[in-house]
Design a protein around this ligand. Structure first.
Ligand SMILES: Nc1ncnc2c1ncn2[C@@H]1O[C@H](COP(=O)(O)OP(=O)(O)OP(=O)(O)O)[C@@H](O)[C@H]1O
Ligand SMILES: [Mg+2]
Length: 263
């Protein structure tokens, strides 16, 4: 098993009441799991916990997170740092948290690579261009020489995916990676993430409000509400056979595009 989240609860700051309660999730290499649920249900909190990146004094107060057979909760700062980016990486909504708006892509990407790997700037530059090309960004050199605001939202998101995939991580955590994009670009990015699994065997946890995206991508879907898992199962079960009223309600609200359901 690649990732085993065992019955975790998460508290923030001095609040003794857990924000996330008794969440479990397990996945193998190459699995795609979608987490859906309303705003504030704790989706981001769960995936941030996997990377040891809980803000606001957040901590896992109960349970365990086991990655490749090792408990991550016993990791120190250095161990987290070497895990992040290389074994597990994250892509963010509109790549906001990853990309600095006032520096050119090239400089940031080169620094990012050299943080994880000893190499010259030229080697890092070439490696970055290679990844950008693989993520189907036209003229990688141009992208490298651009400021983030000079790229479209879809291009920025592809840069974010390219960076996250640089070291071929076993697990990719994607937090609302497409919600800032128009529907057509959203569909392209979704397909591209699916190809990562096929090409590199990357396991993916996709967090999304969009039940269409969740259903399209996930082998397994987890439905959260108020910090708890209210329903979970394989795609077909959740889509067509769930008895849970909250899930059924969500499924009935799958967004449509020009009269067609997105799923
Ligand atoms: N930095 C923080 N400090 C304190 N509490 C927080 C913090 N971040 C999140 N929370 C708490 O965790 C709850 C769940 O937040 P989280 O961001 O995980 O929800 P979400 O499901 O990702 O929502 P959204 O769909 O809006 O992104 C929030 O309602 C809030 O109570
Ligand atoms: Mg969130």
């Amino acid at each position: 098993m690649l990732l085993d989240i065992k019955d975790i609860s998460i508290t923030y700051g001095n609040n003794p009441k857990p924000t996330v309660e008794h969440v479990s999730l397990s996945m193998n290499e190459g699995d795609i799991v979608s987490i859906v649920g309303e705003s504030g249900s704790g989706k981001t909190t769960v995936i941030r916990a996997v990377l040891g990146l809980l803000p606001g004094g957040g901590k896992v107060s109960e349970g365990d997170i086991v990655f490749n057979g090792t408990s991550l909760l016993s990791y120190d700062v250095k161990q987290w740092q070497s895990l992040r980016g290389s074994q597990i990486s994250m892509i963010f909504q509109d790549s906001g948290a990853m990309i600095n708006p006032i520096r050119k892509i090239g400089g940031q990407y080169v620094d990012y690579i050299r943080l994880h790997k000893e190499c010259t700037k030229q080697e890092a530059w070439d490696m970055a261009c290679d990844m950008l090309t693989r993520m189907r960004l036209p003229s990688a050199d141009n992208v490298m020489n651009s400021y983030p605001f000079q790229l479209s939202g879809g291009m920025r998101q592809r840069v974010g995916i390219a960076m996250a995939m640089t070291f071929n991580p076993k697990l990719l955590l994607a937090d609302e990676p497409t919600s800032a994009l128009d529907v057509t670009t959203q569909a392209q990015i979704v397909r591209q993430m699916m190809e990562l699994r096929d090409e590199f065997g990357t396991a993916i946890i996709i967090v999304t409000h969009n039940i269409g995206v969740a259903a399209y991508m996930g082998d397994k879907i987890i439905v959260m509400q108020h910090g708890k898992v209210v329903d979970s199962g394989d795609r077909d079960h959740i889509l067509h056979h769930s008895q849970d009223p909250y899930t059924r309600n969500l499924m009935n609200s799958v967004p449509t595009l020009e009269g067609l359901r997105y799923v």
